[in-house]
Design a protein around this ligand. Sequence first.
Ligand SMILES: Nc1nc2c(ncn2[C@@H]2O[C@H](COP(=O)(O)OP(=O)(O)O)[C@@H](O)[C@H]2O)c(=O)[nH]1
Ligand SMILES: [Mg+2]
Length: 283
Amino acid sequence: MQIQWYPGHMAKARRMLEENLKLIDVVVELVDARAPLATRNPDFDALFSQKSRVILLNKSDLASAEQTKKWIEYYKAQNINAIAFVSTSSAKRKAAVSLIEAAAADKVAKMKEKGVIKTVRAMVVGIPNVGKSTFINRIAGETKAKVGDKPGVTKGKQWVKVSPYLELMDTPGLLWPKLENEALAKHLAYIGSINDDIMDAERLAADLLGELIAICPNELKERYKKIEEGMAPHELLEAVARSRGFILQGGVMDTERSARIVLDEFRAGKVAKITLESPDIEY
Ligand SMILES: Nc1nc2c(ncn2[C@@H]2O[C@H](COP(=O)(O)OP(=O)(O)O)[C@@H](O)[C@H]2O)c(=O)[nH]1
Ligand SMILES: [Mg+2]
């Protein structure tokens, strides 16, 4: 699998993240609930070891509710509080604010003993496309007004006031995913988190169908009627072509068009609410 981003960009983003980390109390990690492993850079644990952290399983509207619960328990076992989240909706805004405030509660209490009412500063981090910008815009919500530059802070850095004593850095911390593990790299491609222009769409879609037939056979067969269990990945893709009547002259299956449809419909959540990864399985 090809990597289409440049080491220079990655190094710069990481440097910025490390700089900004010094200014904040709580790290808010966003992962994609459909692929919590693939969308979480393993460096996070080391990078944020000195910080209070929370995890938002974002895009949970597209994921299996049951699996999301399992992931929340999995993080809890590591002493990280997590919640299911949907950045594109306001419904869980309060829950996210409470989660972040709770993560800083000890620090706030200590300062209070000294007679200081502490403003908690948080930073959103995550790999590209997990919904960081959407989250920041959503959480800014009614209080769109931004707090001005703070002295000693790089010029141009803005803080968004979330509640009276909680501010969020308006620039998210960006990290790239790790692509060494091919199974996880594929998950990133399925959900559209890495540019798939340079990948063979037909192979990608066929492999996705191969995973989906194991995860949600009934929903898959319901959506693409000609699909049957026991089919190999390329047969599944041909079955999609037959289901949709994507047949070229001479009776050849238009698997290219079928691949596009499979990827688009999966990303739009049209097959089912699907989580590709389980905390019980090693990839
Ligand atoms: N379905 C769904 N889509 C989301 C959610 N959050 C973000 N998105 C979409 O995911 C895409 C990437 O979001 P963006 O905020 O730009 O991600 P960033 O790269 O992490 O800043 C956009 O098309 C968003 O509309 C969510 O909770 N559910
Ligand atoms: Mg963004």
